[in-house]
Design a protein around this ligand. Structure first.
Ligand SMILES: *[C@@H]1O[C@H](CO)[C@@H](O)[C@H](O)[C@H]1NC(C)=O
Ligand SMILES: *[C@@H]1O[C@H](CO)[C@@H](O)[C@H](O)[C@H]1NC(C)=O
Ligand SMILES: *[C@@H]1O[C@H](CO)[C@@H](O)[C@H](O)[C@H]1NC(C)=O
Ligand SMILES: *[C@@H]1O[C@H](CO)[C@@H](O)[C@H](O)[C@H]1NC(C)=O
Ligand SMILES: *[C@@H]1O[C@H](CO)[C@@H](O)[C@H](O)[C@H]1NC(C)=O
Ligand SMILES: *[C@@H]1O[C@H](CO)[C@@H](O)[C@H](O)[C@H]1NC(C)=O
Ligand SMILES: *[C@@H]1O[C@H](CO)[C@@H](O)[C@H](O)[C@H]1NC(C)=O
Ligand SMILES: *[C@@H]1O[C@H](CO)[C@@H](O)[C@H](O)[C@H]1NC(C)=O
Ligand SMILES: *[C@@H]1O[C@H](CO)[C@@H](O)[C@H](O)[C@H]1NC(C)=O
Ligand SMILES: *[C@@H]1O[C@H](CO)[C@@H](O)[C@H](O)[C@H]1NC(C)=O
Ligand SMILES: *[C@@H]1O[C@H](CO)[C@@H](O)[C@H](O)[C@H]1NC(C)=O
Length: 300
């Protein structure tokens, strides 16, 4: 079993872990990096625009619950870092890339992320879409795919990928504070859940979310579209356990645009049909990277 193998490697020796790291997708640990940047790959800074719109075809019970939401569109922007990283032995053989789309508070200090934890469990993370488990080489947990990308045939970047999230068990909800009047109560906090499973409300037909991603060595764009159900979990300051009772349904669009962060990124090759990186972060051969100290082997 793969799980057993990983544990043995970690237990046996540090040297083995380092040797193994060359066949895995981790960076050498002689370069000081926030845990967000642990993997070989490209990292993009940008903003994600999120929009929720009520679903017009909802059954009467839902509209009665919150008539004011019927025509209301809720939007929000998030400070985002997208990591597109090299696949490893834990990925499905045909999965071309791992994508970690992460939303953070504005001006977040990334060095405050605790080391050795799971990125998707960091408490400051406002939302994350992870195509695979963000595992660390010193973490006793096996990686696995949450969803698998399909890549359009190409000779090199830009890469165009897509996926339908039929069974996503990652981090599928957004919490938004918004003053929305529902009946007698002021609801201050809502949880919006991407419908990543077949979900049926009376008169609705919610399909699975679809994700699209395009990237090259300079920019990355990612969108996700689908349906949401929403749940007010704070009514007049009190938690209301209304799951599957007072839900509201609608559509969502999540749209990220980002620019490469060269300091934290390995060099993306420009001549391969699947995304491939020249390892540079930690190897001191790219003057644009973190940890660069010498001029030997400087890339063009
Ligand atoms: C929502 O919009 C529709 C069509 O524009 C309109 O008929 C309806 O009265 C609106 N509902 C509310 C609650 O504003
Ligand atoms: C989000 O950003 C877009 C583009 O910069 C801007 O047009 C929009 O007003 C912003 N929306 C919110 C809710 O901040
Ligand atoms: C990316 O591929 C999708 C099909 O998966 C296609 O609809 C879309 O036009 C492509 N986008 C670009 C920019 O080539
Ligand atoms: C929403 O507001 C509550 C009460 O002020 C706060 O505890 C919570 O952290 C806020 N949530 C978000 C996502 O901003
Ligand atoms: C969800 O619905 C789609 C389309 O009807 C179907 O292909 C898929 O098997 C369903 N998934 C589950 C988990 O039932
Ligand atoms: C669905 O809506 C119809 C028409 O409003 C209603 O008669 C029926 O009872 C509803 N079914 C369920 C399961 O709520
Ligand atoms: C529900 O899905 C079926 C099959 O895909 C489609 O024929 C029907 O128009 C959809 N209904 C709604 C309300 O979108
Ligand atoms: C991402 O979107 C921007 C703005 O539309 C565009 O200039 C850029 O070429 C896109 N990047 C890719 C890799 O498609
Ligand atoms: C991207 O964001 C990270 C984290 O805030 C920061 O360290 C880096 O300098 C930024 N890079 C660019 C090119 O904006
Ligand atoms: C940088 O050095 C590493 C380790 O020797 C090597 O794998 C990589 O290909 C080099 N990258 C470049 C751009 O020279
Ligand atoms: C960091 O580790 C890598 C891989 O073991 C090695 O190639 C590189 O020379 C090291 N850099 C420094 C400054 O020790």
């Amino acid at each position: 079993m793969r799980g057993f193998q990983t544990v043995s490697v970690v237990l046996f020796s540090t040297a083995l872990v380092l040797a193994d790291a060359s066949t895995l997708n981790f960076r050498p640990d002689n370069v000081t990096l926030s845990e967000l940047y642990h993997w070989v790959g490209s990292y993009y800074n940008g903003t994600t625009y999120l929009e929720f719109a009520p679903y017009a075809g909802l059954a009467s019970s839902e509209t009665e619950f919150c008539p004011m939401l019927r025509n209301k569109t809720i939007t929000k922007n998030y400070t985002t870092v997208l990591g597109l990283t090299e696949p490893a032995s834990y990925n499905a053989p045909d999965d071309p890339v791992n994508a970690f789309l992460t939303f953070w508070p504005h001006d977040f200090d990334f060095s405050s992320i605790p080391s050795g934890g799971m990125l998707n469990e960091v408490s400051s993370l406002e939302y994350g879409l992870f195509s695979s488990n963000p595992v660390y080489n010193d973490y006793f947990m096996d990686g696995e795919d949450d969803f698998i990308w399909s890549l359009q045939k190409t000779q090199g970047p830009p890469y165009n990928l897509s996926s339908t999230l039929t069974d996503y068990e990652g981090f599928p909800y957004w919490e938004i504070n918004s003053t929305i009047i529902c009946g007698e109560s002021t609801v201050s906090s809502w949880t919006f859940v991407a419908v990543a499973f077949n979900f049926s409300l009376n008169g609705t037909n919610f399909t699975d979310p679809v994700v699209n991603l395009q990237f090259d060595g300079s920019t990355a764009n990612m969108t996700m579209k689908g349906y949401i159900v929403a749940d007010p979990n704070l009514v007049a300051g009190q938690y209301v356990d209304s799951w599957y009772g007072n839900v509201f349904g609608g559509t969502f669009v999540m749209s990220f645009e980002g620019v490469i962060d060269r300091y934290h990124s390995d060099v993306l090759r420009d001549d391969t049909g699947t995304p491939t990186w020249l390892r540079t972060v930690g190897y001191q051969n790219n003057s644009l990277n973190v940890g660069y100290t010498t001029t030997s082997g400087v890339i063009k």
